[in-house]
Each structure stands twice: as structure tokens, then as C-alpha cells.
Ligand binder design. Sequence first.
Ligand SMILES: Cc1cc2nc3c(=O)[nH]c(=O)nc-3n(C[C@H](O)[C@H](O)[C@H](O)COP(=O)(O)OP(=O)(O)OC[C@H]3O[C@@H](n4cnc5c(N)ncnc54)[C@H](O)[C@@H]3O)c2cc1C
Length: 475
Amino acid sequence: MKTLVWFRNDLRLSDNPALSRAAIDSDAIEAVYIHCHEYVKSHPVAPVRLHFIFEHLQLLGDELAAQGISLTLLEVKTAKEIPAAILKLAQQKSCDQLHINAEYPLDEFVRDKNVAATCKAAGIIVRRFHDRVIVPPGMIRNGQGLPYKVFTAFKRTWLQQATAVSWASPSSAPAFPKAVACKFDNAVLKKWFAEADDRVAAHWPAGEAEAHERLKDFMDTAIRHYHETRDFPATEGTSTLSPYLAVGSISPRQCLGAALHVNGGEWDTGSEGVTTWINELIWRDFYQHVVTDFPQVCKHNPMQTYTDQFPWRKDEKVFERWCQGQTGIPIVDAAMRQLLQTGWMHNRLRMVVAMFLTKNLQIDWRWGEHWFMSRLIDGDFAANNGGWQWSASTGTDAAPYFRVFNPVSQSRKFDPDGHFIRQYVPELAHLDKKNIHQPPPVNGYPLPIVDLVVSRKQTIELFGKLDRKPAETGN
Ligand SMILES: Cc1cc2nc3c(=O)[nH]c(=O)nc-3n(C[C@H](O)[C@H](O)[C@H](O)COP(=O)(O)OP(=O)(O)OC[C@H]3O[C@@H](n4cnc5c(N)ncnc54)[C@H](O)[C@@H]3O)c2cc1C
């Protein structure tokens, strides 16, 4: 038996079910990665994320080659070409089966279905595994067998399912069938790299080893205080593992395994820092389940359809000022500049800027969602869509429309000394902690783009007037 493993957002050797299963039931393994130009543009994939993926591929290619597994890099213009490209490679390499780890957003699901149909028609066995989540979609159901729309109820059932399985740390790579090393041909990769933007890449060293190093550092230090420090952007209070989870150089199971180890095997008791962090991993699973159970969200639709009546503004000039961090609201500008300069943004600030865009500027959440995907190194459709729909009050278990963060109050609370603002908005660095959150006119820094109080009131009134459809409630 010879198996072709198709790598996508699972760029690692350890705890990779598609790969480890191939190692168990195959005499030989081939590997492939496909770079689809249409996909990169349309979804979109941020240049910094692309660069990060390519750096991972270089490392993965070498690591696989050391195990005698050759990683082939293919390039296609459109997603339609992928089934034929996979089949051709499988036949060239005389593979009997194809292994993949599932991807849940609709486009990826349809792509994989087409590939599976093409391969099966040619006699190649296709096997799909789950690595992107801790509990696979379809396993969390309410009493009526329906998916949950509310996180707390989802979490309760999730805990029942997840605690039922063994959590021996799934960290080591499998024993591979063939030990004769080969050489990774990276010629194509060099060409791909030329298209990528590496300006912010320095913040994010690539690789499975780096991901595990970060996990270990976080487990050794910050996790115990996570519940107290995670909302303060000037503090290194979170794991910064999201880019690695997004490309799959570490798995959520490995993260959970490490957290349980620190917490003496306890899931929702023990260290409050650890349980709060596990809660975030469950949110991550929740949004992956949402895109599977409610695929309408993958077609730019709000989860709560009545919210599409909201008269979102289509003001490109205002939007551009938000994108570039020029709104005159210091915490918003600092956050948006963090995104531009590092490809990443702190979670508290993602909520603040998303609420500001949708509830104060009244700009369509889909514009913000798209901008984030085009800039984030950790861009993940499910988490990003979930975060945007939560902030815009259009999503499942979203913030109620009348709960609107005031960015200035958020700034005073979570960046009390103004350290974060000073780092990213140097024009305001001379201001003291009292003035920095809502500055007097400063040469070279814009005046506020909007009146926070008036715009908040207007948004709440507009939301209140929308015609709600009763069918959209549920648990
Ligand atoms: C508007 C908006 C857009 C977002 N877009 C993305 C995105 O594209 N990709 C992405 O990975 N996360 C996204 N998030 C969630 C969250 O902001 C990031 O996962 C987090 O900031 C990553 O930092 P960290 O790795 O230090 O997280 P930690 O606090 O250390 O959390 C550990 C892991 O849990 C997961 N996680 C944490 N919070 C959330 C959450 N609210 N929803 C889903 N998963 C979560 C992430 O995988 C994260 O790496 C978004 C949130 C909002 C509000």
C-alpha cells in the first residue's frame, strides 16, 4: 500500500492523523502541497500568512525528506484544477490511497468532495481525518439532535465528549515505513517566495519546534495568570499560538494536552488561568463547528438573517482611515497599526476595533472581516467570521446589539498607562496617561472621525427597528 498525504493547514509531523495513519498502514508515503492562486486571492490569504506557510513548507519538506518522504509542490491557477492535479500525481507516484485532514469551511469542503469523487472514480481510496478541532463537528448535538447556537450549552456537551477520550500527550511523530532519506526539491518554493511579503515575518519564526517552544514557555509562565492578564495588550499575557494553530504547525489537541498536564488533568476546575485558556480552545472548536453546521455563514451571510436589513454604510474613505489606523481614536489606531506592522492583533483589540467599525462607523462587518483576512498571519475563516459576527451582533451567541464597547473606556481599562498606544501611535507618545486615551488636538494626529456617543445611540436605534424573525431563536 502506498499513500499520498495532501498537506494543507496541518503543516507538522506530530499528532497529524492523516500522516500517522499513513505511517501505520502503508509501505511507502508520498506528500503533496498545492498552491492555488485563485484561492489565495479570493479568500484572501494575507501575504504575511503566505510567507509563513512557505517557510513552514521549507522546514516540513526537509523533515519529511529525512524520513524518506518526498514532498511535491504543485501550483494551480484555479480550484477546479485541483482534482485532476491530485489524481495525476497519485497515479504518477503509484499511490493506492489519499489521506487528508478535514477542512470545514464550505469552499474547502466542496473542493475536497470533488477531489474525493475524482480519486474514487479512478480506484484510489480517500480517507479523511480530523485534526483541526478537539471534538470533530457532528458530535456535539442537543437533545433534539440539532447543533447548538449558544456557546455555554455547546461547551457543556463538548466537555462530556472531550473528557470521555484519553488525553495522553499526542506529541511525538510516528515511526515511518521507509528510513532512507531523500532530498526536498524546493525550487518551486523559491519562486513562490518571491511573490510573498516578508516585511513583518520577522515577528513570527516558522516551524513545529518554534510552536512547541511557545507552548512550553506559555505553560511554564503566563498560563497561570491568563485570566488576569489576557485582556491587557501591553502585557505578554496570551500564548501567541494562533498563527501556528492556523497553519497547523501545532494541533489544538497538543495545546489542550499541555494545559491539562499543567492543571493536573483537571478540565474546568483547578487553576483559573488554565481553565480560562481551555475555554478559548473550546471557542475555537465552537466556530469550526458553526461553519460546518451553518454553512450559510461561508457565503457572506449573517447567522441571524434579520440583521442584513441593517443599513450598513458603504463609505470607502472612512473605511480606509480605519484600515490605516487614522481614526483619531488612539486605541483603535494603535490596534490597527499593530495589525499592519506585525500581522497580528490582540484579542481584546480585535473586539474593540470590530465593534468600532460596525457600531460607531456603521460599516458592513464583511468589509472588516475581509480586511482582517487580507492582513492577519493567523487568518482563519471560522474564527474570523465568528469574531466579526459576534462583534457586529449578527452571529450565533453574539454580543447583544445594545452592548456597544466604548473604545475610550476600553482603552482606560485595558491600557491604563497608555503603554500600548505609545508603542504604535508615536504622535501621542508625549501625552500622559490621563490624556492619551482621548487626546486634545495634536499636530499630525487626526481629530476623532466620529462622535462616539451619538453614533452608538443611532446604531442601537437602527438595530432596534429591524424586523426580527422568530424562527431564528434557539439553543
Ligand atoms: C473580530 C475578530 C477576528 C478574529 N479573527 C481570528 C482569526 O482570523 N484567527 C484566529 O485564530 N483567531 C481570530 N480571532 C480570535 C482571537 O482574537 C485570536 O485567536 C487570539 O487573539 C490569538 O491570540 P493567542 O494565540 O495569543 O490566543 P490565546 O489567548 O493564547 O488563546 C489560545 C488559542 O485559542 C484560540 N482562541 C482564542 N480566542 C478565540 C476566539 N475568540 N475565537 C476563536 N478562537 C480563539 C486561538 O486559536 C488561540 O491561539 C478573532 C477574534 C475577533 C474578535
